[in-house]
Write a protein that binds this ligand. Structure first.
Ligand SMILES: [Zn+2]
Length: 90
């Protein structure tokens, strides 16, 4: 007795839980073709998290972006100051 994969039609052992050919779950349910699991993984993981974790992640992300922008701004400020001194522009 074999199970045929709903995704790629590969014949698998009846006891197999996943397709040996494509890794599709062999539970009889159809899966959507061409659905990119890799691209959606971080988004799906994020959606699984509870509200508290989401807020913390958003704040951490926002702070990180803010620090990067601030760092670039400080760098440019120092760079312009040094440039003006070197060229005696006041
Ligand atoms: Zn398959």
């Amino acid at each position: 007795m074999t199970k045929s994969c709903p995704n790629c039609k590969e014949k698998n052992r009846d006891s197999a839980k996943f397709c040996e050919q494509c890794g599709n779950i062999l539970n009889g349910e159809k899966t959507i073709k061409n659905k990119s699991k890799i691209n959606n993984a971080p988004i799906r993981w994020f959606k699984k998290q509870n509200t508290g974790v989401k807020i913390v992640l958003v704040i951490v992300g926002f702070c990180f972006v803010l620090i990067v922008i601030l760092g670039i701004a400080i760098f440019l400020f120092i760079f312009i100051q040094t440039f003006l001194k070197v060229h005696n522009i006041t």
